[in-house]
Design a protein around this ligand. Structure first.
Ligand code: 5AD
Ligand code: SF4
Length: 438
């Protein structure tokens, strides 16, 4: 059968989708881009914010119509939303056209669930409440040859008071170093140049292993893998980012000069209520330390605007940190109430119009900073890992610097997968332009 997977949300979901694809391919099914050609449709969902949930139910309505004209179509839904009991209940009562439901902890069960459905012709629900042991060696069909996601931890133990992830992805578990190393070595053998290590909090890697290991220990081993030229990682929780790691990034060429360091809020009061376990001073000191030790580092962040009880003064503190930290990129979110999280019960929720006004102010300041940082690249020669043709101009190629800047430049497809030198000539809001250097 042909299958089509649509992935919502973060890199962790993308990596799960690559594994789902790997399993289906191994069973003899064929990955197709065009949904109208697919016999199996899989929606890998995200539940980090409310609008993700709303969009998903909108899509399910659309597939109901599609199934009326194509009754043999098998519709599977999986991912974080399926770990919410209320979602399963709603699907069971209002979206009976869904055929298979599975969760984040048991993607490896998909082949069995699929056979069950084909045998019984009824809705099959297989969701585990808790994550068991990490299942290794699942087949994987990766999107690219030259860059790859490698998950190193699953789940999260931090319980930030706004966040649903610890409930949908379970407790933090680290993969064994040997399993990670084997995966990275096999990637390198197949021509992969860049890996991105994934975890909700990569800095706490190793805490659940029987032999205590740190994230810096893992990196020291991975940088030795021949063929891997760049190592990225995300996400770093500020509370666990060690000096050892900062030193490693400063010293080790292969570790990209880019740290994604979610701030969430600049107000110490709000940070405490968010259960982030650091305050404004700590964060600013950390940023200073990073910038002192890694002079050309790119810092990116996540910021939530309108957390319950956020006053104008609290918000001003966020703007202050924004101006002092000068982030290359900030992913900004309006606070969204998530079922069963501590912050969702608070009565001092911020009105939507106030949230929007604050977000707009924040973006205005951030965009100016981002623009100035990008301008400072003009004239510089950067190493770019070429990812393929530019979407907007087929005579242009596109790729990323080690600082995660998107660069477009005239070139041809033969460069895809190579690391080339590009001189930056111009900047746009979300990208830069350049020319190849010899
Ligand atoms: N509301 C808004 N943003 C959220 N995030 C997580 N939970 C919420 C929420 N309830 C944001 C955080 C996190 C990013 C992945 O999503 O900023 O770092
Ligand atoms: Fe959510 Fe906090 Fe865990 Fe990140 S660290 S996944 S924001 S609970």
């Amino acid at each position: 059968m042909n299958y089509k997977i649509t992935t919502y949300g973060c890199q962790m979901n993308e990596n799960d989708s690559e594994k789902i694809s790997g399993m289906l391919k191994k069973m003899g099914h064929v990955n197709v881009e065009d949904e109208s050609q697919a016999h199996i449709i899989i929606l890998n969902t995200c539940s980090v914010r409310e609008n993700a949930n709303d969009k998903f139910f909108g899509h399910l309505g659309y597939y109901k119509k599609m199934k009326e004209s194509r009754p043999d179509l098998i519709l599977c839904v999986c991912g974080c939303m399926m770990q919410q009991e209320s979602v399963i209940m709603e699907i069971k009562s209002r979206y009976r056209h869904v055929d298979i439901i599975f969760g984040t902890h048991n993607i490896h069960e998909l082949p069995g669930l699929l056979s069950d459905h084909l045998e019984k012709h009824e809705m099959i629900v297989g969701v585990w409440k808790e994550g068991g042991n990490i299942v290794e060696n699942l087949p994987i069909e990766r999107k690219y040859d030259f860059k790859a996601y490698v998950s190193i931890t699953h789940g999260c133990n931090n319980f930030c008071s706004y966040c649903i992830v610890p409930y949908t992805r379970g407790r933090e578990r680290s993969r064994e170093i040997d399993s990670i190393l084997m995966e990275v070595e096999s990637l390198a053998k197949n021509g992969c140049k860049e890996i991105t290590l994934l975890g909700q909090n990569v800095n706490s890697y190793g805490q659940t292993l029987s032999k205590k290991t740190t994230f810096a220990d893992l990196l020291k081993i991975l940088v030795q893998v021949k063929g891997i030229e760049r190592i990225r990682f995300m996400t770093s929780h500020p509370k666990d980012l060690s000096d050892e790691l900062i030193d490693a990034i400063a010293l080790e060429e292969k570790l990209c000069n880019h740290i994604h360091l979610p701030l969430q809020s600049g107000s110490s009061k709000v940070l405490k209520e968010m259960n982030r376990k650091y305050d404004k001073e700590y964060y600013l000191n950390l940023v200073k330390k990073i910038k002192d030790k890694i002079p050309n580092v790119a810092l990116t962040t996540d910021i939530i605007v309108g957390f319950p009880g956020e006053t104008r003064e609290d918000f001003e503190e966020t703007l202050d940190v924004l101006e002092k930290s000068r982030f290359d990129l900030a992913f900004t979110f309006l606070y969204s109430t998530r079922e069963n999280t501590p912050a969702s019960n608070r009565e001092d929720q911020i009105p939507e119009d106030v949230k929007h006004k604050r977000l707009n102010r924040l973006l205005e300041i951030h965009n100016k900073i981002g623009h100035d940082i990008n301008q400072s690249y003009i004239g510089k020669i950067c190493e770019v890992l070429v990812e393929g043709k530019s979407k907007n101009n087929s005579n242009y190629m596109t790729g990323r610097t080690d600082t995660f800047k998107l660069v477009n430049f005239p070139g041809d497809d033969s460069l895809t997968g190579k690391i080339v030198k590009v001189k930056i000539t111009d900047t746009k809001t979300f990208s830069m332009e350049g020319i190849l250097e010899d």
